[in-house]
Design a protein around this ligand. Structure first.
Ligand code: THU
Length: 129
């Protein structure tokens, strides 16, 4: 990914965050996933009055892409304020589709605060069946 690609993906994640449905935590998260053939899929967190049913932004984006027939991913950008990294469940969900997927986290209110890793750095020795 070029630096321009990274910045574009981050801005898609920031835009997707505007759709977050988070009336319980009020913690709004947006995600933007880039397929290996250059198609972006976005997602946001979707909460529920039965708290355990809450779905993270990353998993929303991945389910949207997979359900449309895409399984090869290059990167995922995640936008929240304050800056946050993906939860453990989302790390496992991302690594399912490749150890080398780039994870870019950004503070939605201060996009200059951005950091990235390969997913295998965020979930080393990850579970494989
Ligand atoms: N959340 C995400 O969307 N992604 C993460 O990786 C961590 C947490 C959401 C879930 C919940 O709606 C809110 O943030 C607070 O935990």
């Amino acid at each position: 990914m070029t630096e321009i690609d990274r910045i574009n993906l981050v801005h898609l994640a920031i835009a997707a965050r505007k759709s977050a449905y988070a009336p319980y935590s009020r913690f709004l998260v947006g995600a933007a996933l880039m397929t290996s053939d250059g198609i972006p899929f976005t997602g946001c967190n979707v909460e529920n009055t039965s708290y355990g049913l809450c779905i993270c932004a990353e998993r929303t984006a991945i389910c949207k892409a997979v359900s449309e027939g895409h399984r090869a991913f290059e990167a995922i950008a995640i936008a929240a304020t304050p800056f946050a990294t993906p939860c453990g469940a989302c790390r496992q969900f991302i690594v399912e589709f490749g150890q080398q997927i780039e994870v870019i986290c950004v503070d939605a209110d201060d996009p200059s605060n951005m950091k990235s890793w390969k997913i295998d750095e965020l979930i080393p020795e990850n579970f494989k069946f």
